[in-house]
Design a protein around this ligand. Structure first.
Ligand code: FES
Length: 176
């Protein structure tokens, strides 16, 4: 299966004024992150707080971003700028196993296209899609900082490096 051009997820976001609500415990957790930064540098807390939003909401959604903008006294666009810059933040629902394949130069020349085609063919999806059973999402991402062990991919928080077709088959099997 030929790999399709990845979809732009930002095109699929529905922007509304809805503001997410969180339990007092989660708000307290957010305040503890905020307390680590100077009072006039609330923007610095964006990364840890976006991780909290992602954990609580399943992904970084519009209502969660609106909450953070209010919580940090920032513009909504300030929050989206950060959320959309880093591939570690998901902007839509994803499968139980999120396979992020590095598509940048070192990985590309070391075989990423074949790895991507193989994975997508096995799962019956294109990059940017999730399998019908909700188990796997495949994304193509920029350099993950492991260029010396290219080609590589990240699943969840784990790196899988020096990939071969055989290694990929074993990794996918272990995910099932
Ligand atoms: S180019 Fe793939 S990890 Fe850097």
């Amino acid at each position: 299966m030929a790999a399709a051009t990845p979809t732009s997820y930002t095109d699929q976001i529905v922007y509304t004024d809805e503001v997410a609500e969180f339990s007092p415990e989660v708000v307290e957790e957010m305040r503890s992150h905020l307390a680590k930064y100077p009072a006039d540098r609330t923007r610095s807390a964006l990364i840890p707080l976006l991780f909290v939003i992602q954990r609580e909401r399943g992904y970084v959604d519009n209502a969660g971003v609106n909450f953070l903008a209010k919580f940090l006294n920032l513009e909504v666009t300030d929050v989206w700028e950060t959320a959309t810059f880093y591939s570690m933040f998901n902007l839509r629902e994803i499968g139980r196993h999120h396979i992020q394949i590095c598509k940048t130069l070192s990985c590309k020349i070391m075989g990423e296209p074949d790895i991507t085609d193989h994975i997508c063919s096995k799962l019956g999806i294109h990059p940017g899609e999730t399998t019908a059973d909700g188990k796997f999402t495949v994304s193509l991402v920029e350099c993950l900082g492991s260029c010396g062990t290219a080609p590589m991919m990240q699943i969840g928080f784990d790196y899988h490096e020096d990939l071969t077709i055989e290694k990929v088959d074993k990794i996918l099997e272990d995910c099932k």
